[in-house]
Write a protein that binds this ligand. Sequence first.
Ligand code: MRU
Length: 372
Amino acid sequence: MVSDGGRERGGAGRRLVPIAWDATQAAVRLIDQTLLPTELRYVDVRSFDDMREAIAMLRVRGAPAIGVAGALGIYLGLVERTPGSAFRVLEVLDELCPRMIEVRPTAVNLSWAVNRVRQAVERAARVAIGAQPPEPTDLLAAALREALAIADEDAEACRRIGEYGAQFVPDGGRVLTHCNAGALATAGWGTALAALYVAEEQGKRFRVWADETRPLLQGSRLTAFELAEAGIDVTVICDNMAASLMRAGQVDVVIVGADRVAANGDVCNKIGTYGLACLASMHRIPFFVACPTSTLDLSLRSGHEIPIEQRDPREVTHGFGRQTAPDGAGVHNPAFDVTPSELVTAIVTERGIVRAPYGPVLAAIMDAARAE
Ligand code: MRU
């Protein structure tokens, strides 16, 4: 994670870096995404509670990015509590890990990354036992190493997803995307948007429709922001405009990200994704999902088992400072929905492109990953 004031050089212009470890400040530097697109401000997070707050409030968001944030948050919590023994380090982990995981229950990357840090520390403790008693500082160093490895691996995965996904971006075509599955949502170039960045590097010319993505507008605030920064032609639409654009033949392909993919290939992503998939199917438009294998959760048989985060009703009734529904009106505000795998043309991962039947191929991909 080499950063340059929050942007990284190379590839398609300068990429936004939403999260980076600043060793000199002993802080995690985040872009506060709640302020975009009008203000690009960096905040330094130094405590476990502040990291929980940043994740809960979507200052840092997007499945892979909250994985990295959660992992670094665990390290910050360990440092804060200055455990005096290896045993105490493990006790602190028992307290911190569930508290971090519960903040956002849908994107599996958060629990996956937190558990990776925990297992790395437990491994370091086991290795040291039998020789000399492990030093708590060594265990904390193992936690930080693992968190940074997660970030580096995600950046690499994003690049590969982009390379696989670029073939689905038609030269001269129009791509529709939902929410933000870009650099701002990962430690790399994003997932869905990585395909666009690589296609652009390859010299393709295309236009992007960015679904506004109610209620928190990640599409218009974040996707349109980062694509415009990268010089990619982007047009914002309200969510309810996608259908008529498709009917008018103005959409050639849909590419979205994912927060969790079940063993049968059902895809959980930002609320509204399922509706888009239905529309794409009806209009015979290919519907691609791009995600790293850290987003696969093969412990769940189908999307029915994925926990859906319910968010504050005020995001719907009082979005961005203005009341838009009467007092007393009920509100339904799930952050995500599930798209059944039969509506998905293919899932693009860093380990290749997966098509139906998803079950066996996803299982083989995870077996290969575990074998490394
Ligand atoms: O609530 P958010 O903004 O964290 O939701 C993000 C999404 O739904 C993204 O599409 C998903 O995490 C993929 S990010 C590469």
